[in-house]
Design a binder for this molecule. Sequence first.
Ligand code: GLU
Length: 283
Amino acid sequence: MERDKIKKAKRIVIKVGASVLTRVGGGRDRTLRLDEVWIKNFAKQVTVLFKEGRQVIIVSSGAIAAGMGLLGMEKRPKSLPEQQACAALGQGYLMKTYEEHFKKNGFHAAQILLTWEDIREKRRYLNAENTLRVLLSKKAVPVINENDTVSVDEIKFGDNDKLSALVASLVSADLLVMLTDVEGLYIDDKKTVAGVVKDIHAGIEKMACGTDKECSRGGMKTKLDAAKIAVKSGIDCVIADGREKDILLKIVSGKKVGTLFQANKNKITGRDFYDKAINRVIL
Ligand code: GLU
């Protein structure tokens, strides 16, 4: 019942975490690599969604991780310029890989890099929105990431979880899917996953923690913050394990996978809401 609405979702934003699209090299090789097999399967699933008449926008992390891999770095660099350099290197590689696999399915991957100012400033956002609209009418899948090279600490989204929720809100998506490396929100010590969350109250927030991974930022805490933005904007949000076979297809067919955060009935949008969301004011 709760998942019925998802089956009809027409416009879907899918956030892909670096933890699902990268893997550590084999044996003694501890460097990160883009997981081509995963990207291939993901592209196939997204193509199915398009063919069902849905619109899909991807928000993909992985630029820094891909750059680290190319440079043979095992640890995420600490300084911002080093992270930006990795992103500059990795972003091209990431897009090349998406393009390669979407092309096999008759689609293309279109890169959109955004900063906080692009969301905040109406004129800039409208340009991005127009671009998205045209792309969606062609056989092109928008792949959004933060423009890491020009973002500085004070104005960084901080994590792509929040970016994906803001994008979902701005394009009035019906569904936000965040694919990560855990099954959903655990309500106890990694044993039970919450099936449906109707209200993200303080007790729910206590269950979430951050991450200590080399490849990504965020963790469940930033995902919950993003889920809050989504549900307050009237958008259902599912957090699920991106490594599970055909996970996207399972989600949109209403299967009980991952955690569903149900959309609020009274939706909020508008400049003030976005400013608060970006500036981490408690929502
Ligand atoms: N924009 C960063 C990247 O593509 C990732 C930020 C995040 O992991 O949320 O590597």
